[in-house]
Every structure is written in C-alpha cells, then in structure tokens.
Design a protein around this ligand. Structure first.
Ligand code: MG
Ligand code: ZN
Length: 194
C-alpha cells in the first residue's frame, strides 16, 4: 500500500491575531478574543469548498512569559467554539511559542517555525497532505506573506490588524492586498476559478 496514491489537499493558511480576530497585542485573556465581523463567513466559505483552513500563529507571549502554552490551547478552543456557533470550522492550529532573544530555554531559540520562517506551514503540509503550490497564506503583516512565499504558497495581506501600516511594495510583494479576511477568501475563490 506504500504507493497508494495520496490526494493532496489545498489549504488556506491564516494568521490569527489581526487576521481572524482583533489584534490586541499579546492576547492573554479569552475576553480579548473578538472575531472580526466577516471572519466566520470567510472560513465557512472555505469549509464549503473543501479547502483546509489552517491557523499558523506566532505566540512569542509564551517565550516572554505573558502566558503559557495551556492558554494558547484554551484560546484556540474558544475560537473554534465561537466559529462553530456560526457553522465555521478550523481544520488545524499551529503556533510558535519561541522568541530568538526573549525569555529562557526552551522557548528562547532561533527556531524554524516563527514566521517569516516557513516551519509551521511545512509541518502542516506533511501532517495534513497539503499541496503548498496550490495553497494560500493570509495575514496582516508582511512576515505572514513572506512565510507563505517561502513555503511556496501565494501570499495575501489583509488591511485589518497591523495591515494598514504595512509596506507592500517590497519583495516579495503580496499577490493580493485585501480589506479583510472575507475579501481575501473571495479573491482566492476567484483565483481558483481562473
Ligand atoms: Mg497578525
Ligand atoms: Zn518557533
């Protein structure tokens, strides 16, 4: 069965804070987790198309000692539950708890998962059989776009969160600049139909 053909999936990788929910600067309490108004609709559209939705989030608040990994898991369960009520679903969550210069071992390290590195996307592609060349990365900072490009996806910057202040004219330029996650998803669905 080793050579049984595996069908590779498409995915939309997405950043969390500033992309799906409001950027509050090191979200450390569940009451700070506020979805943007059109996020559930955006994710629901992807679910309906059979496109995997994978959150990839830098959480250096762990390395900095602001909260623990248990809180990151709690926040993801809370986010998933908020989406479930709107019939939307995230297929998988990946986070990087590290920082190259803050905190103490094992969180203080120059890892390969912290965006703009592509580690989280590469791991997800192995775990979930994702074809990166047919996938997309969406986020509110250029680090997100860069991580996607490094992994071989297309990259979309959203203007929510820190997005409005990001420079988009430097290499690698985003494939699209969207007003928010729903605009990004609509562009992706059009891109797939091209
Ligand atoms: Mg962000
Ligand atoms: Zn990391």
């Amino acid at each position: 069965m080793d050579d049984f053909p595996v069908t590779l999936s498409r995915a939309v990788f997405m950043d969390r804070d500033g992309t799906i929910n409001e950027e509050v600067g090191y979200l450390s309490r569940l009451d700070q987790m506020k979805l943007f108004p059109r996020s559930a609709e955006a994710i629901r559209l992807l679910n309906r198309e059979g496109i995997k939705v994978v959150v990839v989030t830098n959480q250096s608040g762990v390395a900095r000692g602001y909260f623990g990994e248990d809180f990151v898991s709690e926040a993801h369960a809370f986010l998933q539950e908020s989406l479930r009520r709107e019939k939307a679903f995230i297929d998988a969550f990946y986070y990087c708890p590290h920082h190259p210069t803050e905190g103490a071992f094992p969180y203080r390290q120059a890892c390969s998962c912290r965006k703009p590195e592509a580690g989280m996307l590469l791991r997800a592609s192995r775990d979930l059989h994702i074809d990166l060349s047919r996938s997309y990365m969406v986020g509110d900072v250029m680090k997100d776009v860069r991580a996607g490009k490094k992994a071989g996806t297309k990259g979309i910057l959203v203007k929510t969160g820190y997005g409005a202040g990001e420079k988009t004219d430097e290499d690698p330029v985003p494939d699209y600049v969207a007003v928010d996650l729903l605009d990004a998803v609509n562009w992706i669905l059009e891109d797939l139909a091209r």
